[in-house]
Design a protein around this ligand. Structure first.
Ligand SMILES: Nc1ncnc2c1ncn2[C@@H]1O[C@H](COP(=O)(O)OP(=O)(O)OP(=O)(O)O)[C@@H](O)[C@H]1O
Length: 210
């Protein structure tokens, strides 16, 4: 669950976001829409504990994340929030399995090859565990980033323009995958996009243009 209240954020004196109240329940899926520069990425960064708001609170589960210290928040993020970005940001020197083990290590979780295998199999990538990431298609790379986001069974999944570099077929597959996996994990899902192709796939929408 994500709950935000009286949220205000600006970069120096340039006001970007003002959201009085918003709640996304465990099983809800939110599409954040808005033209370029409307604040979609900024909002996801705030929800992900990466950027403190100037005012307001962000509660994930029962935790008011900006009441935590920076290091507590980093730990909380690693354990509870799955992040998916437009670009895969995978380490090309490592294979697929190595990338996931590295992510586990960086989140402070114990390295668990069984879990890596399990999550790759959920995303039909079990056969790619030893593949170099450069040898994967863009759609496969995006699925690896989704696998990485799901590793720690997050309460919240945040995806920033996850379909922007994908063709229509892969864009819809990635959206379906994110929705299905969020349901499987009982996680709240928020996707930011300006991709009009995916607009009809979500009942709950927040339009930052207004
Ligand atoms: N680090 C920063 N310093 C100052 N201003 C910034 C910074 N990052 C973003 N901005 C400004 O804040 C506003 C919102 O940016 P943001 O990246 O959140 O928009 P967006 O909706 O995600 O855009 P896009 O769809 O182009 O990615 C923009 O006007 C942008 O120029």
């Amino acid at each position: 669950m994500i709950f935000i209240e009286n949220l205000n954020f600006g970069y120096s004196d340039h006001k970007v976001l003002s959201i009085p109240k918003m709640e996304i329940k465990e099983d809800q899926q939110l599409l954040i829409l808005g033209k370029s520069g409307s604040g979609k990425t900024t909002l996801l960064h705030i929800l992900g504990g990466l950027l403190a708001p100037n005012e307001g609170k962000v509660v994930i589960g029962k935790t008011d994340i900006y009441k935590l210290s920076q290091s507590q928040r980093d730990k909380y993020r690693g354990q509870n929030i799955g992040l998916v970005f437009q670009k895969a940001h995978l380490v090309s020197a490592l294979n697929v399995g190595g990338n996931l083990l590295l992510a586990q290590y960086l989140s402070g979780a114990a390295q668990d090859k069984g879990r890596v295998k399990e999550v790759l199999e959920e995303l039909n990538l079990g056969h790619k565990v030893r593949s170099k990431v450069k040898a994967l298609s863009q759609g496969e790379q995006q699925r690896v980033t989704i696998a990485r986001a799901l590793l720690n069974r997050p309460r919240v999944i945040l995806a920033d323009e996850p379909t922007a570099s994908l063709d229509d077929d892969n864009a819809f597959k990635v959206i379906e995958l994110l929705k299905r996996q969020a349901q499987n994990y009982g996680a709240a899902l928020a996707i930011a996009t300006h991709d009009q192709r995916v607009k009809d796939e979500f009942e709950v929408q927040l339009n930052l243009n207004m």
